[in-house]
Design a protein around this ligand. Structure first.
Ligand code: G6Q
Length: 545
């Protein structure tokens, strides 16, 4: 048994769980008119309501005991102060410094990192303003109209999610496109309508040798040179974002056109760095800095607020409660906001790559469940798709709902319908509907049909948390994203895992390199298991050239 599951706090939680597992939230609400007041928190323009969770005062108290026992306070300080907490890769984890708008010194190996961060931010401002204003010209003297950002995983998902979420702030004269997949469909379809004269490529890659990104970048360069016919023109049309200047130069991009970031920025935590250049180009540097400001204020909240009032800590503890005690395997994130369409994809990487681990910091196999499966899509679309299972299926799926009180667009009737659904779903999940209540809505003949009655019952008692915010501004989005980052960190601390490496993505890459060589000719392959051999050989027969 691990020290976590035998700890005093864990044992107390297990005993408590055995007592309260069947408690009804419906009853709790009817008994306690102050439940919302007790179980909700406010931060700037954001309300976090966690009252529709299967918790009592005691649950929260015991969960707080657990984080205290895990020495969360000391671990938060270690992260913010640049300690090597990514021990397997021997790296500090300092994405919070990227958005340190207070500009207090942050030391890494005895050196303040803030001057470097501020220098790159200033360079991003100069560049993005020059492109957005039309001052930056392409090789034929025309203004840039399209940005193609090439990058995958941490160098793709964050910028794409944020640029889409903040599209109401985007420039109408500059369109930003994202290419990540090695499937040529992605690049070919993005490039098809574009003109080389007015397109600027951003190649975003921390290491600048990622297979998909380098292949896409090479094909983009070929596409560009086929049209521009002049290698000198590359300087006006290709910029790089990387920690590896040597690889950037080798690819053929002048390092003058490189925006740097640092080893202590993890890929999936990098949208706050120069990786956010496509965001700055889309919404302007002032808005990008407002995004940083929102995240910074959330960082201060996380660092300085007692755990019971600390939004990311409470989010993390609720997750632990369902994941480890109720044995819920997944967690749905459902923004009632079409522009947040990529949020669940982004959070899926952030959470699953961070906490999809099964050994502790000491290398021992855990004997408890770690990171959940994260999924979701915007409401109300999801209601017409997977909500059936959340309401009446056999699985417990805690959900996060979110909505802005004000839309950026001018159709109020739409917005009230949207918000009514955002409010109704958590209520329905919590309350459910009993057989007696079902019968009251049926004709006598229908009431006599037990199958019909049973099919219409909603058991209820399904947990959810809700974020209601004034408007989806850059600042609010920055805060929300930082909350999720810190939630994941806190859970990693409790599970005693390294949330900042991603060794699990390596094996498939290595095998793909072996197989790629085998695909270069039509020889029959027999070096793998019989299934892989058969598929390789069938591919060779099917392919047309
Ligand atoms: C994220 C991961 C991973 C990474 C991509 C792209 O934390 O490290 O998703 O971001 O593999 O890597 P590069 O930016 O180095 O191309």
């Amino acid at each position: 048994m691990s020290s976590l599951t035998t700890s005093k706090a864990w044992t107390a939680l297990q005993n408590h769980f055995n007592q309260v597992r069947d408690h009804s939230m419906r009853e709790a609400f009817s008994k306690d008119k102050d439940r919302y007041k007790k179980f909700s928190l406010k931060f700037n323009d954001i309300i976090f309501d966690f009252s529709k969770n299967r918790i009592t005062d005691e649950t929260l108290r015991l969960l707080i005991d657990l984080v205290n026992e895990c020495e969360l306070g000391a671990k938060i300080n270690a992260m913010f102060s640049g300690k090597i907490i990514n021990t397997t890769e021997h790296r500090a984890v300092l994405h919070t410094a990227l958005r340190n708008r207070s500009n207090y010194p942050v030391y890494f190996q005895g050196r303040d990192v803030m001057p470097d961060i501020n220098r790159v931010l200033a360079k991003m401002r100069t560049f993005s303003e020059s492109v957005r204003s039309g001052e930056w010209k392409g090789y034929s003297g025309k203004t840039i109209t399209d940005i193609v950002s090439i990058g995958i995983g941490g160098s793709g998902l964050g910028p794409k999610m944020v640029a889409t979420a903040l599209s109401p702030y985007s420039s109408s004269s500059l369109k930003v496109h994202f290419v990540s997949n090695i499937d040529q469909t992605n690049l070919v379809e993005v490039l098809q309508p574009l003109s080389a004269e007015t397109t600027l490529f951003i190649i975003a890659s921390k290491v600048f040798n990622t297979q998909e990104t380098m292949m896409n970048a090479k094909s983009a360069k070929n596409w560009f040179l086929d049209r521009a016919k002049d290698p000198q023109a590359i300087a006006k049309h290709f910029v790089a974002i990387s920690t590896h200047a040597d690889n950037v130069a080798e690819f053929g991009i002048d390092t003058e056109n490189m925006f740097e970031f640092w080893d202590w920025v993890g890929g999936r935590y990098s949208l706050w760095s120069a990786v956010g250049l496509s965001i700055a180009l889309s919404i302007g540097m002032d808005n990008f800095e407002a995004l940083l400001q929102g995240a910074h204020e959330a960082d201060l909240h996380f660092r300085n607020t007692p755990f019971e009032y600390n939004i990311p800590v409470v989010m993390a503890l609720l997750g632990i409660w369902y994941n480890n005690f109720f044995e819920a395997d997944s967690h749905a994130v459902i923004p009632y906001n079409q522009s947040m369409i990529h949020l669940s994809d982004y959070l899926q990487q952030l959470d699953m790559e961070s906490n999809g681990k099964s050994v502790t910091l000491k290398g021992e196999r855990v004997d408890y469940s770690t990171g959940p499966i994260i999924w979701g899509q915007p409401g109300t679309n999801g209601q017409h798709a997977f909500f059936q299972l959340i309401h009446q299926g056999t699985k417990l799926i805690p959900c996060d709902f979110m909505v802005a009180a004000n839309s950026h667009y001018p159709l109020p009737e739409h917005h009230d319908i949207l918000v009514s659904n955002f409010l109704a779903q958590p209520e329905a999940l919590m309350n459910g509907i009993t057989a007696d209540e079902v019968k009251m809505q049926l004709t006598p003949e229908q009431q006599a049909n037990p199958v019909l009655v049973a099919s219409k019952v909603f058991e209820g008692n399904k947990p959810s948390s809700s974020f209601l915010f004034k408007k989806l501004t850059p600042k609010t989005l920055g805060s929300l994203l930082a909350f999720y980052e810190h939630k994941i960190f806190v859970q990693g601390v409790i599970w005693d895992i390294n949330s900042f490496d991603q060794m699990g993505v390596e094996l498939g890459k290595v095998l793909a390199r072996v197989i790629l060589k085998e695909l270069k000719n039509n020889d029959e392959i027999s070096s793998h298991d019989c299934s892989t051999n058969a598929l390789i050989n069938a591919y060779k027969q099917f392919r047309e050239s």
